[in-house]
Design a protein around this ligand. Sequence first.
Ligand code: GDP
Length: 296
Amino acid sequence: MFDSLSDRLSGVFDRLRGRGALNEADVRAAMREVRIALLEADVSLPVVREFVDKATERAVGQQVLKSVTPGQQVVKIVNDALVEMLGAEASDLDLDVSPPAVVMMVGLQGSGKTTTTAKIAKRLAGKDRKKVMMASLDVARPAAQEQLAVLGRQADVATLPIVAGQQPVDIARRALQAAKLQGFDVLMLDTAGRLHVDQALMEEMKAVADVATPQEILLVVDALTGQDAVNVAKNFSDQVPLTGVVLTRLDGDARGGAALSMRAVTGKPIKFAGVGEALDKIEAFHPERIAGRILG
Ligand code: GDP
């Protein structure tokens, strides 16, 4: 039977009774379990190492509390360190500029970028009562611009009229101008994805960012792609000044490891989690839920 990490950690300390300080050998034994659990959850190896070192340092020498068992105490230390590493602080969008605030969405094809653009637009228009316009700069994938227009109608959010043959930088310029003239608060730019990270894609994104001067650049990553998601995040964050990450398909991710790696690799907060296909299936990111999933 599969034991959760919490159970396994408690098991390591079974022979100890709540007395004295947590001893180093026992903590190291417990951290071996943590290391295995994190690797199983698809957290990348350097991130696992960093995490285990930090948690070990915290646990060794701590006085065992009378109210809990040593196992429970270590579970709590690990949980708190996970939450901290996932980004305990609130991380909403920062749209506090003279309008329109531009939010640029980047990511690989199939990551859920277009859907997430519409989800965030809908949320801003509804909950936050912003006047939002969306524009698709994806001229590479056939029908990508139409897809956003359809989602716009579903979400009751305006989209920039499509002009056939126009290139991404020109669309960005036109969108910005339209948003300014028509008094929109927020302009969301859905950029083109690719199957893999390539230089042409990066150059295109940089050119668009130069023209649009986005307030937020959000990287959309599919949580189910595990280690690949980490490489993608590293590539994007090396080349574009990201302000945050959106993890999609957290409804299907039983392990949650991508979240931990994402934060460590980009140094940027995870701002939203996609939790389904429908346009209202997006939530603020909750570090403690992911920590709970990893601990089991
Ligand atoms: P893009 O190529 O990155 O623009 O990806 P799309 O937005 O077209 O999304 C690809 C597929 O993933 C679509 O079928 C979406 O409905 C689906 N999708 C997007 N986000 C989520 C999510 O959070 N959960 C689930 N289950 N499906 C999602």
